[in-house]
Design a protein around this ligand. Structure first.
Ligand SMILES: Cc1cc2nc3c(=O)[nH]c(=O)nc-3n(C[C@H](O)[C@H](O)[C@H](O)COP(=O)(O)O)c2cc1C
Length: 429
């Protein structure tokens, strides 16, 4: 072989200098974005994002349950495949939504605006948290065409409820997503051990952290202080959150609301309502009976009640109970396109992601969130093709025929092996 021929075989990649671009070029799946996020964030903030409650049994099971279902392809031609679907009457490019995560500016200075931008670009809905660090109006002004949902907290005070509903309607939020899994705050013991506060308190270990995570600290200290503008009424200036206010706000929970308040909300709100955070088919059936439009089966990503069931444990039964009276979404542990295929086969209309998009945000800002959504889209298309379905409608038609219960074998899988291994691919980042 001549030297000139051999030279054509050698591919030399120019070194990529920016950390963000290196991640975007080298991370191929959600887990690799998670590893990149771990390198960016101060340890206490990463644990707040990534951790679960108590023994984190639910957190671990949220991934393991997906191993309990095997995919069963059928042979035949596939066209497309077309991942488009309709959610609550609106066309989406994917059966995917971005679920609410509070205090997003803690993870990246652009916070919720960066997430909203990526959701609009991808053509999927974004649920803004009640405890968002950008106001619902600001998201609406920046991204008027985004399908915006708002994480609405139930309240026995009808006056306060109606004022908040007016505010949601004025800002063009068409869907309320009502959480029912925070009657008390889950005990996140990683946060206790880390002495986690938001904003982070300046202690000796924080100073060490500043030296090892200069990028995050520079962004954080340059940005405006963290506020929760949705908690303030429209014309009140937002107060910068101090660590003690944070503890108070997060620790505040109201266990007194129930079905009455939900029925009153149904009567007071003309738009769509999604119930988020139940895994009990009785609750799902009752939500359909009182005219809610969808449920998002969820255990809050393993952050609330440890040992709580996974949505995948109750999905088929929930679908059987409500038939096609309401849409069903699944969150908690969604990390792969194949997870979406399994969930839809077992009765879901869509899946919703939390930590996955936050990893992208931390690692590479809004383009990182876009990349995470693209990864789900690519994996979903590939899995659909390999399984042998051409559209989401066909996947729903084939339903449980696409999967087999292999839970008996899942226990032998070394889940820790692949998921927890930092391959070092991004070590230079
Ligand atoms: C950092 C963080 C903050 C969250 N904040 C909220 C919130 O304000 N309201 C809410 O209903 N759920 C919240 N969640 C839960 C998510 O909406 C969702 O149920 C969960 O993240 C799904 O699991 P996954 O992270 O494994 O995708 C939060 C989750 C995380 C990771």
């Amino acid at each position: 072989m001549k030297f000139a021929d051999a030279r054509q075989l050698v591919q030399i990649k120019a070194p990529v200098m920016s950390r963000r671009r290196r991640v975007l070029a080298n991370a191929y799946n959600v887990e690799e974005y998670r590893n990149a996020a771990r390198r960016v964030l101060p340890a206490g903030i990463f644990d707040y994002l990534d951790g679960g409650s108590e023994d984190e049994v639910t957190l671990r099971r949220n991934r393991a349950v997906f191993d309990g279902w095997g995919l069963m392809p059928s042979w035949g031609p596939v066209s497309g495949p077309d991942t488009g679907t309709s959610l609550l009457g609106q066309q989406c490019s994917l059966p995917l939504t971005l679920t609410p995560t509070g205090a997003t500016r803690l993870f990246h200075p652009e916070g919720e605006l960066a997430v909203a931008k990526a959701a609009l670009k991808a053509g999927v809905p974004y649920s803004l948290a009640g405890l968002s660090t950008v106001s619902m109006e600001s998201v609406a002004e920046h991204y008027p065409d985004l399908d915006r949902w708002f994480n609405f907290g139930l309240s026995a005070d009808a006056g306060a409820r109606d004022a908040k509903l007016e505010r949601c309607a004025a800002a063009g939020y068409r869907t309320l997503i009502v959480g029912v899994d925070t009657r008390a705050l889950g005990s996140r013991e990683r946060d206790l051990h880390n002495g986690f506060t938001a904003p982070p308190a300046l202690t000796l270990s924080t100073l060490v952290d500043i030296a090892t995570r200069p990028g995050w600290w520079t962004g954080f200290l340059r940005a405006e202080g963290i506020t929760f503008p949705n908690l303030q009424s429209g014309n009140q200036p937002s107060t910068v959150v101090t660590p003690s206010m944070w503890q108070q706000i997060l620790g505040h929970s109201d266990a007194s609301s129930g079905w009455n308040e939900l029925e009153e909300l149904r009567a007071a709100w003309q738009g769509k309502i999604v119930l988020k955070g139940c895994v009990n088919p009785d609750d799902v059936a009752r939500a359909a009976d009182i005219g809610l439009d969808a449920v998002q089966l969820s255990n809050h990503g393993g952050r609330q009640l440890d040992h709580m069931l996974s949505p995948m444990d109750v999905l088929q039964e929930s679908r059987q109970r409500v038939g096609d009276r309401m849409e069903i979404y699944v969150d908690s542990g969604i990390r792969r396109g194949s997870d979406i295929v399994k969930a839809i086969a077992l009765g879901a209309d869509a899946c919703s992601i939390g930590r996955a998009y936050l990893y992208g945000l931390v690692a590479a800002g809004s383009p990182g969130v876009s990349r995470i959504i693209d990864i789900f889209a690519e994996e979903l298309r590939r899995t659909m093709t390999l399984v042998g379905v051409s559209s989401i409608a066909e996947l729903k038609d084939r339903g449980p025929g696409v999967v087999r219960d292999v839970r008996y074998a899942a226990q032998f899988l070394d889940r820790e092996g692949k998921d927890s291994k930092d391959t070092g691919l991004l070590a230079a980042t």
